[in-house]
Design a protein around this ligand. Sequence first.
Ligand code: FE
Length: 233
Amino acid sequence: MEKINLKALHKITYGLYVVCSKSGGKANGQIANAIFQITSEPPTIAISINKKNLTHELIEKSKVFTISVLSEETPMTLIGTFGFKCGRDINKITGVNCKNGISKIPIVLEYSIAYIEAEVFNSVDVGTHTIFIGRVIDCDIIDDKKPMTYDYYHKVKGGLSPKTAPTYIANDKNKKMEEEKMDKYVCTVCGWIYDPEKGDPDGNIKPGTKFEDIPDDWVCPVCGAAKSDFEKM
Ligand code: FE
């Protein structure tokens, strides 16, 4: 096969969603981006879910799932909980504002602008993933904020371009010099940025702590990756 440029696939646009399901009393949710409407009459929707995920197992058993459309304001911590932690280790639903759908599946309401509930009527095995095709049984708008796109998540929320972050103001010369001395580090797993000026108060790292001075057993507050998974920016 001729060498092909897979980067072309990165030009496809996506959103960012939480997909939830529940079976036998166990509920779980995960971040998904591969979601699309298939038909309008009747309204049907498809989602592509990795077979390794707990949510996959739950959808396979219960044949129902819910989708919450996340807003641009969704914090990295929420995306981190649903996107980088495993529902087999922690209960992701606890502590998150949810309601139960018609089929008693949780619907995440936090930072969600709309939700869709669907009943699986077909599925396609595509190797690593299964495409679940569902008939929409309920859906509604929660609020009118802007939906988060995958591109926005990478560029702004992931902070890979810190200058686009609203908190970035290079106003003071001294502050700028200080920033240059203390490097920022990015998590290669989830894109979260360690800013020495802010530290990581939840992880007991005081503001003003250099990345080099953080204890080795410290982990990324968003995805739980090790300190060694961080790269200097
Ligand atoms: Fe991380």
